[in-house]
Design a protein around this ligand. Sequence first.
Ligand code: ADP
Ligand code: MG
Length: 340
Amino acid sequence: MRTLTKIHELSDVLTDQIAAGEVIERPASVVKELVENAIDAHSLEIDITLEEAGLQKIEVRDDGDGISTDEVLTAFKRHATSKITDRKDLFRVKSLGFRGEALPSIASVSNVTMVTSTGKTGAAVTIKGGELVTQKPAEARRGTTVTVADLFYNVPARLKYLKSPNTELSKIVDIVNRLAFGHPEISIALTHNGRELLRTAGRGDQLQVIGSVYGMAATGQMAPIKASDADFKISGYVSLPALTRASRSYISVLLNGRYVRNFAITKAVIAGYGSKLMVGRYPLAVINIEMDPLLVDVNVHPTKQEVRLSKEEALSHLVRTAVAAALGDRNLIPDGWDNL
Ligand code: ADP
Ligand code: MG
């Protein structure tokens, strides 16, 4: 059956809302995109402030490059990015973002204010439901603050689908932890309803970040791992068999600094323990993998957490042997056990 409506292009606001469905699933997605932008802007300090698990307010403040006043509105346009220019860049992406979708998507489903400055002039814009509300000059303090209020106010179905505030908050904490693991050189703080949940020192020490996230006692129970071959360089930390959890979600895999979900590598980490783990117990681990960006396709999914790897089997083998080596020459009673 053919309706009377003619074929026509959808409005920008509508296409942004459709894209938002893929990129911005929940408050944690907003936090992820904004913090990734702050990281890409070479920030040294990132402050994340939440109210009501991000449903009332998410604010991300950074001291990074900022956006020049004449480009602020462009940043909110669909597929507008400063991070890639041509096709060959797409296969060599080093930044966390590159699709130019986050800001327009967020702005289409919330009430966003951005205050930003490169240090010369400052600009403040407010966009609600994808429509510009105000644009004015602001203080020229270098950096960017993005405040997202009333998330999904115009997408009732999305609001309904969200889980309890506690669950949404734990998803935010989870993603912030993993971003912090990937960037020990940045001091990252997370505050919820006035209570500080995380603060990393920003001194470039990944073990220190692991301590801020899992507690300082855990750091005495982590073994460093190191391995490389022609294609991959692996580093990071794995917990000694005495320190385990009931879920595998404490294994973080960072590919060129980007947190990814990858079943094969996670499985390889666990396999590296051989028979040292009890049934149903999993280690804590932070695995950094450095590789030629040409060997990984991050453009598989809008959130970029799923990636396609060439040489996945060789990499898994390297990870498994690196983990086994890190644990192998240690006594099963770990160092630092008595000062726990
Ligand atoms: P992407 O990150 O994929 O480029 P976004 O929609 O997230 O797309 O951001 C669009 C552009 O806005 C970025 O390419 C960047 O130039 C600019 N931008 C966004 N957030 C920041 C920030 N915190 N600091 C500096 N520039 C930013
Ligand atoms: Mg981005």
